[in-house]
Design a protein around this ligand. Structure first.
Ligand code: AMP
Length: 423
């Protein structure tokens, strides 16, 4: 088969790395890709929201399957367009990607179908929002309804902070995404993520992960797209996995089918585990980044038949197996991230850095310039290692990081601390 992956981050490098290993793949393309992806796939200068150009690239390269990485094209209807053109695609249609595209939609779905989540209200009016905040009490969580690249959430510890978040979002800080708000009860507990493939009807449970959102060691500083992750998450044991599937994932897939919005693709549940009860914080409609960078290396065998069966509504006919090792990924970002960063600094030593066969350097924001690899964004590399447990995966990942010569970058030194603290 010929496969086209859409996107250019660490998630897409991890997907391309796994797909390229399949004997079923004849040619692998990525649009637009990056310097690391170029080692696995032919990169095409096509942007994820340029649907006409994507369709053209599919025709020219005889693409059998498109795998969509990021959320924006899913929410904007790329899979609808590809299906209309008769091109098979992995990922939800827009009317199902709304699970990620509108937090208010998801909260209403949870309320209607009894899926456990935080108590909430939806608002477009500032006075009504502030009244709800007073009635609910502190701390309180104020969220922009739409896509805000993980930045549209404020956990307010005071009424002044909550009011300011309401005013800023309604004034357009996140554009249209903040024209409506979800305000919800603060949930206290341990966060974890759970992933499942769905084909509209059936669910293929995958596995769990935990990520590190804050930029600094000890979970300090501003939120980011994610500074590292590991899988599986120790807090999600077999009993918890069963609870997540039976109270959250399966009811959601059934609810979406009942609403005539069948969800096909990767369903990523952000969860808060409070007193052994999982509650939904949010859904994403695609693989996480950096979570894909710990999931893909743990897949035992070929990922392509699974992605293809999902796109083909044949999920019930396939299975997936996982390596017994844990995977841990440390993100290296350009200095200044998540604020403004300088692009174009050279990264050396990537070829010789991996400290073992089970260590992979995924590229998130790189560009090859005259044979040199340079930084091209905030999050630039993801170093993933497998190990017998989180501790040995962590050791191998940092051993590799210490061999990468990039004065313009930094990383957290404590990825995995929560899992290690459990021991
Ligand atoms: P979201 O974009 O909805 O995943 O929110 C981003 C982050 O905010 C989550 O990963 C949580 O750490 C935190 N968060 C969101 N909603 C809540 C909540 N109701 N209670 C506690 N923390 C929350």
């Amino acid at each position: 088969m010929n496969i086209l992956v859409i996107g250019s981050g660490g998630r897409e490098h991890a997907l391309c790395w796994a797909i390229a290993a399949s004997p079923l793949v004849e040619k692998l393309y990525c649009a637009p890709g990056n310097a690391g992806i170029a080692q696995e796939a032919t990169c095409l200068p096509v942007q994820p929201l340029d649907f006409d150009a994507i369709v053209k690239a599919c025709r020219e390269n005889k693409i059998d399957l498109v795998v969509v990485g990021p959320e924006q094209p899913l929410v904007a209807g790329l899979v609808d367009r590809l299906q209309y053109e008769g091109i098979r695609a992995f990922g939800p249609r827009a009317n199902a990607a709304i699970l990620e595209g509108s937090k208010g939609f998801t909260k209403d779905l949870c309320a209607k179908y009894g899926i456990p989540t935080a108590a909430y209200g939806r608002f477009t009016d500032s006075a009504a929002a502030k009244g709800f905040i007073r009635r609910t009490g502190l701390p309180i969580v104020v969220k922009a309804d739409g896509l805000a690249a993980g930045k549209g959430v404020v956990i307010a510890q005071s009424f002044a902070e909550a009011d300011a978040a309401v005013d800023e979002m309604l004034a357009g800080r996140f554009g249209e995404a903040g024209a409506a708000l979800v305000i919800e009860e603060f949930l206290d507990g341990e966060e974890a993520s759970y992933f499942a493939l769905c084909d509209g009807m059936d669910v293929l449970p995958l596995t769990s992960a935990q990520d590190h959102k804050r930029v600094g060691d000890g979970d300090t500083g501003p939120n980011t797209g994610g500074m590292g992750a590991y899988s599986p998450a120790p807090v999600v044991d077999a009993a918890m996995e069963e609870r997540i599937l039976s109270t959250i994932i399966k009811p959601t897939v059934a609810a979406m089918a009942a609403e005539d919005r069948p969800f096909a693709g990767l369903l990523y549940a952000g969860l808060m585990i409070t007193k052994d009860v999982p509650k939904l914080i949010e859904y994403n409609a695609r693989f996480g980044d950096p979570e894909a960078q710990v999931l893909m290396p743990r897949v035992f065998g070929d990922i392509v038949p699974v992605l293809d069966a999902c796109a083909n509504r044949q999920l019930r006919h396939v299975g997936i197996r996982w390596k017994k090792e844990a995977a841990l990924c440390v993100v290296m970002a350009a200095k200044g991230y998540p604020g403004d960063v300088k692009k174009g600094s050279e990264i050396r030593g990537l070829d010789t850095a991996p400290a073992g066969a089970d260590t992979i350097i995924f590229h998130a924001g790189t560009k090859a310039v005259d044979g040199r690899v340079t930084s091209q964004g905030g999050r630039v590399l993801g170093v993933t290692a497998l190990g017998a447990d989180v501790a040995s995966a962590q050791k191998a990942a940092y051993a590799t990081i210490d061999r990468i010569d990039w004065p313009g970058g930094f990383c957290r030194r404590d990825i995995g601390w929560r899992a290690l603290g459990r021991k």
